[in-house]
Design a protein around this ligand. Sequence first.
Ligand code: PLP
Length: 385
Amino acid sequence: MEKNLIYLDNNSTTPLDPRVLESMMPYLTNQYANASSNHRFGHQAKDSVKIAREQIAALIHSESHEIVFTSGATEGINLAVKGVAEFLSDKGKHIIISATEHTAVLDVCAFLESKGFEITYLRVDNDGLTDLEELKSSIRKDTILVSVMFVNNETGVIQPIREISNAVHESGALFMTDGTQAFGKMLIDVDDLGIDLMAFSGHKIYGPKGIGGLFVRQRRPNRVKLTPLIHGGGHEKGMRSGTSNVPGIIGLGEAAKIAKKEMVKDRQAISTLRDELESKLLKIPDTFLNGQPEKRLYNVSSICFKGADADAIMIGLKSIMVSNGSACTSTKIEPSHVLTAMGLSEEDAYSTIRFSLGRFNIQAEIDKAVDLVSHVVSALREMID
Ligand SMILES: *Cc1c(COP(=O)(O)O)cnc(C)c1O
């Protein structure tokens, strides 16, 4: 890592845990076998992939055959939404999603809209939470899928997943959730929560980039069937063909194992730092927090510095890496759709910074960040006055 760099952008991506790298090294060097090869060397790779699949299943209380490896959450989301839409298009063409979904979900649904599907976008309240009554009244006979993200990447807001899945299942539709920001950071029991499909990613939990997966329920209450996106060879039970990314899969498995073992410890350490950062930054005049304070994940803080432009703040912060809204939309000059859906004005959305902490942050970094942010924000405001 660049010297003196303070990385507070862990919701965009996380550094690779050295233990994960170590677990991958053999598969990047000597153990290069194709996991589908029918010889002893191939069988070794296959056995290692099996263990990784079990480690991931253990983290979300699923069966290991319900895990499909993909190149990341975006592909998992594409597979889930397009795969179900295609498979169930005779049953109905109506899909419901939340307005604050990640662009991966939004863009897939926009594509399906152009192919004749109808999409309903659920509003959120000022706290970023989905209204259950609005969800219930939006469900129709021809609704095939409802997708509401688990934890929002910009604000950390946690949706009431169990209540949502109950309402969805009463109607016979499938319930999917983008679990990318929840996976590995909080307890997830896909049975208890009534999840039918859940996408996740390696690089958000200190694993490698280019690997992720999709949980596809194969037991009560729903044996989910979907049409694959990628054909050829029938890997991953025919749901995702292509030679397995063995080093990536091993790394994701190790990252999942560490996340399960150290979840409580991570939570305590990270939430202590986050709470301190947040309470000190909110002492700066004319600031406010985005998202329901109690119903948020412990590592994120989305703060509006009224009257100070987020891009200008980021330039002033120099070696402190944060985000203005979501990195995935930061190439577009539009205010964050998540924040505007929560009722923020465009101006306040443009003045919001997301701080997202991770396993490797330390106290000294928080102290520095508080000092520098306070300094930069007041300097910017003085320039305007
Ligand atoms: C990062 C992220 C994604 C995309 O994940 P990739 O593995 O990079 O494709 C999707 N949804 C959420 C909520 C994310 O934070």
